[in-house]
Ligand binder design. Structure first.
Ligand code: PAF
Length: 289
């Protein structure tokens, strides 16, 4: 497995592979990998095939963290990440530092418009501008045929799909299902920062989503479902509920009245300093898959 720190090195490597006709599939990460990331690598391998090349990037992108957020305390362990990627059969890793990615004189950003202002975008202003800008840069540096992103970051996936469509980026975007711990907690690099008591309480997110999936086919309205989920979360005293939303699963438009089409429940909950998100697509009786 090759590890490249500079744009020039990774471009030279990929140009050679591209000349050989190998499809290139990217799995972007911020490192501190867990089994959820490894499932992205496996999906990437499935798309690339045995002859294709799987590239992971490891970069804790400063521009997607706001002032007072956890950029400095975001967990990092590159040596462990590289071992995990090597064991998974990843072909190359792009692990630049911030100076390699961002020219201090840069004048251009990628600004998703309405989609970036709602939901997590309200709680983290500027977050999706940072994500869209770095993902565009990764796409331009690495020029992959396809890229894999986790469905846990549901809104991020929507922002990236919309961006590739709007900006005519010829890259297939593949969503990877959420990987969960045995007790249901969605895997996240941030879970390591939960105190033991918060870690024990955090599966409440998955339980609230399970309840919502059971209630969705009963004819319940979107607002009652939302109140039910919020009440379940608020019954856990360690959980600081930041947002509970129910949106059209395909468009992220607001919903009202009884559910008539697949809806996504989106949760953002803090436990102490640790910000967790989770989501689940639920179906009304007429749409149960
Ligand atoms: O989902 C993430 O880990 C990050 O937001 C991404 C897509 C790697 C961009 O920094």
């Amino acid at each position: 497995m090759q590890v490249c720190r500079t744009k020039a090195d990774i471009r030279t490597l990929l140009d050679g592979w591209r000349r050989d006709g190998a499809p290139i599939v990217l799995a972007p990460t911020m490192g501190f990998l867990h089994d959820g990331h490894l499932s992205l690598m496996r999906l990437a391998r499935g798309r690339a095939g045995a002859q294709g090349k799987v590239i992971a990037s490891i970069f804790v992108n400063p521009t997607q963290f706001g002032p007072g957020e956890d950029f400095d305390s975001y967990p990092r362990d590159e040596a462990r990440d590289l071992d995990m990627l090597r064991s998974e059969g990843v072909d190359a890793v792009f692990a630049p530092d911030a100076r390699e990615v961002y020219d201090p004189a840069a004048q251009t950003i990628v600004e998703p418009v309405e989609l970036a202002k709602i939901l997590i975008g309200k709680l983290r202003p500027g977050h999706f501008r940072g994500v869209a800008t770095v993902v565009t840069k990764l796409f331009n540096i690495l020029r992959p045929d396809a890229a894999v992103f986790g469905e846990k970051d549901y809104q991020q996936l929507a922002v990236i799909r919309t961006m590739t469509r709007d900006l005519d980026m010829d890259i297939e975007i593949i969503g990877a299902p959420i990987a969960r711990e045995a007790d249901g907690l969605a895997m996240s690099s941030r879970n390591i920062r939960l105190s033991p008591a918060d870690r024990a309480a955090a599966p409440i997110l998955a339980r609230a989503l399970d309840e919502a999936a059971t209630l969705a086919p009963t004819g319940i309205t979107a607002s009652r479902l939302r109140s039910h989920v919020r009440a379940t979360l608020e019954a856990e005293p360690r959980a600081h509920v930041r947002s509970v939303d129910i949106r059209d699963a395909a468009t992220l438009d607001s919903l009202s009245g009884p559910l008539t089409r697949p809806a996504v429940i989106l949760l953002a909950v803090s436990f102490g300093p640790v910000f967790l998100i989770d989501n689940r697509v639920v179906h009304p009786a007429s749409e149960v898959p």
